[in-house]
Design a protein around this ligand. Structure first.
Ligand code: NAD
Ligand code: ZN
Length: 249
């Protein structure tokens, strides 16, 4: 693993335009469970029963009770971890330009990254299904489920449920930055949710190196990614940054 850390530090030091694609795994060390993989939410509940837009519209109270309420508690308390802070440091060093994140927890911005494309929306806000009125999730009273707007309409998180389209401006900008980077750093994503998982493929086809950081292999491993550093996001990032700081001194 030491060799791969050294290799990643060298690759990043030589790069001019790095883009990161991040997923739920990067927030695991902040106490937010991922969907898939060990300890994932899907071990307990069926995604199509709770995370599909049709399921939400059919029975908003059920989805609020089982998924959204719990997520609100976890996200309200979460703080950035070393993986988020490492990506913020990479931006500060002038190496990392843009993060495409599938996460909805806002932790990249909290860590200090300034160009974050939130592919699947942001959990920090809710929107009324009837009048479109917005309300911060932290201000939502969950004593009454589903929570309602003053107009009587039901609040939904401003995130993309399965069955919904990625906002076109987020998709097109992601495709653009993915095609222009010289390194695509893929961290903490199982790379199975489309079209997010296509971004590293676009980078590879455009001539970029693709580096994965994940404790487990993914469908990109050995096909799209040049190499995978198998470890936890925070720990691996700390080691890469330590080597990188020496290299660019
Ligand atoms: P995923 O849940 O499908 O996969 C998580 C991946 O993270 C796995 O490959 C796992 O091996 C890896 N992982 C686990 N621990 C890790 C660690 N410490 N460091 C690095 N990697 C680790 O996640 P996904 O690919 O992002 O797709 C799931 C969807 O769920 C996303 O679209 C996202 O919108 C949503 N989601 C978001 C959050 C969040 O905002 N934090 C949390 C759960 C799910
Ligand atoms: Zn309303």
């Amino acid at each position: 693993m030491d060799d791969l850390i050294q290799r990643a530090a060298k690759d990043l030091a030589a790069a001019k335009n790095v883009v990161a694609l991040t997923g739920a795994g990067i927030s695991v060390e902040s106490g937010i469970p991922p969907f898939r993989g060990k300890g994932g939410v899907w071990e307990k509940i069926d995604p199509m029963e709770y995370a599909h837009i049709d399921a939400f519209l059919r029975d908003p109270a059920k989805v609020w009770n089982v998924l959204i309420k719990e997520m609100k508690g976890v996200v309200d308390r979460a703080e950035p971890n070393d993986a988020h802070r490492g990506l913020a440091r990479l931006e500060e060093m002038g190496i990392l330009k843009t993060i495409i994140t599938q996460n909805v927890d806002g932790l990249h911005q909290a860590a200090g990254n300034t160009d974050v494309i939130e592919f699947h929306g942001n959990f920090a806000w809710q929107k009324c299904l009837d009048c479109g009125n917005r309300c911060e999730t932290s201000q939502i009273n969950t004593e009454q489920i589903p929570p309602r707007c003053h107009c009587g309409g039901i609040f939904r998180p401003e995130v993309i449920f399965f069955g919904e389209l990625i906002p076109p401006q987020h998709l097109s900008r992601s495709q653009l930055v993915a095609s222009q980077c010289d390194i695509m750093l893929v961290m903490g994503t199982s790379a199975v949710v489309q079209p997010a998982a296509l971004m590293p493929v676009i980078s590879k086809q455009s001539g970029a190196k693709v580096i994965e950081i994940n404790p487990e292999r993914t469908p990109l491993t050995g096909t799209i990614s040049d190499y995978i550093i198998q470890g936890k996001g925070g720990e691996v990032t700390n080691q890469i940054i330590a080597k990188l700081e020496k290299l660019i001194q």
